[in-house]
Design a protein around this ligand. Structure first.
Ligand SMILES: [Zn+2]
Ligand SMILES: [Zn+2]
Length: 378
């Protein structure tokens, strides 16, 4: 009964929410039934079949809603890296809710907590503390992670419209799923050549796309602290990964982000592809958002310093790993010194042809200059 109430009203927590939050991790299977249905729904492709329009809808909705997670839930609600109006904020929250990753406030609360306790025991989804699978999927099934602590996100919880969307976080996904079914049914009627229908659109556009979106996003929790390179010496094990940056539209530059969270861009350089930032830049031209925050010069200088130190360390490691480099380093200058010394010595000991004594000169006379004891040769 409690689980059923929570499917509809996610703020319904019997007892003290603080107690629930501080209890040890425990999977709440009943509470997770909608999440299990989301995954099971993907098998619907066996019944509804395939059509290019349904598959492309799934791909497009993955991209559009990944942007909602990264550009809205993460870079706006969690970090406020740009500004918008109150209406703009509500529209963004609606867009974000179509990603089916609960309300913006729940998401932001957990994400800010992650930054405060990254890779420490308190971190709900650190792969270093809890292991890969728990950080990827397990943590959201745990009873203690369901409630939103509104007292920790007062800048957001002061807006009742946002609290409502957070509390009834199944409302938008439900409308979204029904809209996809209706779209499919309309296409079946008015564009039968496309070969789709309501159920097919629902399975591909909602179940398949949303499940892929969930696992794509979760890769940041599980993989972005394991895979890739570290540019900055942050107090966690966050990393920069090109592959994750493609899957998650720029969020793969996670070590950059852990170093400086207030910047709108996570890719600090032009070659660090950050599709979310490009999308936000585009949105800023429409007037919906403004005040995108740049990466400070001091952080970029720190990046250059770190790259420089890293290249020195890498060279030292290479010498250590390949002693022949070390011997070469000694042999080459020594060989050069010997070559120079030999050439110089040759110059001094071998007189130039013009300085040679004339052939007719008295040889003993010459010899006598150096060795008076030598027998004279007539
Ligand atoms: Zn992180
Ligand atoms: Zn963040």
């Amino acid at each position: 009964m409690t689980a059923f109430a929570q499917w509809i009203d996610s703020d319904y927590t019997p007892g003290d929410p603080d107690k629930v939050r501080n209890a040890p991790d425990k999977v709440d299977w009943m509470r997770c039934i909608p999440f299990i249905i989301l995954h099971a729904g993907c098998f619907g492709v066996l019944w509804v079949g395939f059509s290019p329009v349904a598959a492309w809808t799934a791909v497009a909705l993955y991209v559009v809603r990944m942007f909602a997670v990264t550009g809205i839930y993460h870079r706006y609600f969690s970090h406020k890296t740009y500004s918008t109006s109150r209406l703009g904020q509500f529209l963004l929250a609606l867009w974000g809710a179509t990603a089916v990753q609960r309300g913006a406030l729940w998401w932001a609360y957990h994400h800010r907590h992650h930054h405060q306790h990254s890779d420490e025991p308190e971190d709900a989804h650190s792969p270093h503390v809890h292991g890969f699978w728990w950080s990827h999927i397990g943590w959201i099934t745990s009873r203690r992670n369901f409630p939103t602590d509104y007292s920790k996100i007062k800048d957001l919880s002061k807006y009742p419209e946002l609290v409502w969307l957070n509390r009834f976080d199944t409302a938008v996904p439900l409308v979204f799923a029904i809209a996809l079914w209706v779209l499919g049914a309309l296409l079946e009627k008015y564009a039968p050549g496309l070969g789709t229908n309501g159920w097919q659109m629902l399975v591909w556009g909602f179940f398949v796309s949303t499940t892929a979106l969930f696992h794509g996003t979760s890769c940041i929790n599980s993989m972005a602290h394991l895979m890739g390179k570290r540019r900055f010496k942050t107090n966690d094990d966050s990393r920069n990964s090109f592959i994750l940056a493609i899957i998650c539209l720029g969020e793969g530059w996670h070590n950059n982000h852990h170093r400086y969270q207030s910047s709108t861009r996570n890719g600090f350089y032009w070659w660090e592809i950050d599709l979310t930032y490009y999308g936000l830049k585009f949105l800023s031209w429409t007037g919906l958002i403004w005040g995108l925050k740049p990466v400070p010069q001091s952080v970029l200088e720190e990046a250059e310093r770190e790259e420089h130190l890293a290249s020195i360390a890498a060279a030292q490691r290479a010498v250590h790993a390949h002693p022949e480099f070390s011997s070469l380093k000694k042999v080459v200058p020594a060989a050069a010194a010997i070559a120079v010394a030999t050439a110089t010595a040759a110059q001094t000991t071998l007189p130039k042809r013009t300085e040679r004594p004339p052939l007719h000169k008295n040889v003993p006379q010459q010899a006598g200059q150096t060795d008076t004891t030598s027998p004279r040769v007539m």
